[in-house]
Write a protein that binds this ligand. Structure first.
Ligand code: GH3
Ligand code: MG
Ligand code: MG
Ligand code: MG
Length: 324
């Protein structure tokens, strides 16, 4: 419910209205075993859509998976081929399962129609095909498909926004809260190690106080870039809050995590942070604390707490260091 409310809010009423009125023509894949009916159906459909025609139902599956069609029409008129087989395959492939499917069939083939609908065929039309009915049914499906595509994209975008930190582009704390436990459970189940690193920029308040909040923001962005450059693809890097960042490292022992953390520490210390708006290059350092998954059982809160205690020791020990 919250997601739905956020979606409506994010895309706005105008956008919602537009979702309902697609202005681009659709792309139809017509799978039809006979030249005579191909010609008739294409003539009916070409005013409303780009139509690609294919006679071989197995080749059609690849065609549908490789391209982005808004509707697949299957004319059940093949020699020695069950058209429902193609329908079933189209429904099971990840790349084609959202494409509406219109079956052209014969009067009296009730059993086939029921099976088709059970398979997820979206609509059907009886032969002899009335061109107006074909156009009306096709348009309905194409509109629904385009509308669903937009909605899916909006939801995807909303989700991205909800789990991303605006300033740095890293994941945010909300995402970490949802995923740390998951990664810990996965590591625990496989008997694999997992380590986390909390890092906090040293004396960051001074940057803000001396050069202003915007300069501070630039330091945070550049710091995030260096975090990104340090971690592997399997690691989860997020901005935990303020000038604190958390890196979750699956398949990583405490020793390996200490090496990664030391690499990040050096990456921050060794090269100044260029702050164009303050016309200066700042020396920045960070303190880092590491903790690792306890195989005998652990909670995300406890793991974060232990990393935070290590970080506290790094600060107390004089900053610009790693404590494991
Ligand atoms: P320490 O070495 O003990 O970590 O000292 P510190 O100054 O870094 O620590 P402190 O927690 O006192 O200060 C953190 C500062 O980070 C205070 C806050 O204004 C600043 N801050 C938090 N979020 C942001 C942000 O998004 N942008 C900017 N520019 N500053 C932020
Ligand atoms: Mg602090
Ligand atoms: Mg700090
Ligand atoms: Mg802090």
């Amino acid at each position: 419910l919250r997601l739905r409310a956020q979606t409506a809010h994010t895309i706005g009423l105008q956008e919602l209205a537009r979702l309902d009125r697609p202005d681009e023509p659709g792309n139809i894949l017509l799978v039809d075993g006979r030249a005579s009916s191909q010609e008739r159906l294409v003539r009916a459909l070409s005013p409303i859509a780009e139509v690609s025609v294919i006679s071989d139902p197995q080749a059609a599956l690849f065609e549908a998976a490789e391209n982005s069609f808004d509707l697949v029409i299957v004319n059940a008129n093949f020699d020695d081929y069950d058209p429902l087989r193609l329908c079933s395959q189209l429904r099971s492939l990840e790349r084609t399962r959202f494409i509406p499917l219109l079956l052209v069939t014969e009067q009296g083939h009730d059993e086939m129609i029921v099976r088709a609908l059970e398979l997820g065929v979206t609509d059907y039309i009886m032969r002899p095909v009335d061109p107006n009915e074909l156009v009306a049914r096709s348009l309905t499906q194409i509109r629904r498909k385009l509308c669903n595509d937009r909605l899916r994209a909006s939801v995807q975008q909303t989700i991205e926004l909800a789990i991303t930190d605006d300033l740095t582009g890293l994941h945010n704390r909300r995402y970490l809260d949802g995923h740390l436990k998951l990664l810990m459970d996965r590591a625990g189940a496989r008997g694999r190690p997992l380590s986390i690193c909390i890092t906090d920029i040293d004396r960051f308040k001074r940057v803000n106080d001396t050069y202003g909040h915007d300069a501070g923001d630039e330091v945070l962005r550049e710091f995030a870039n260096r975090v990104r450059a340090t971690v592997r693809g399997a690691d989860l890097a997020c901005r935990f809050g303020g000038e604190e960042f958390v890196i979750v490292m699956p398949d990583t022992t405490p020793e390996m995590a200490a090496i990664v953390a030391e690499r990040l520490r050096l990456m921050v210390e060794s090269r100044g942070f260029d702050i164009p708006r303050a016309d200066t290059v700042l020396s920045v350092t960070a303190s880092l604390g590491i903790a690792s998954l306890r195989p005998e059982g652990d909670t995300a809160e406890a793991l974060l707490k232990r990393a935070d205690m290590a970080l506290y020791q790094a600060k107390n020990g004089g900053r610009n260091r790693v404590v494991a």
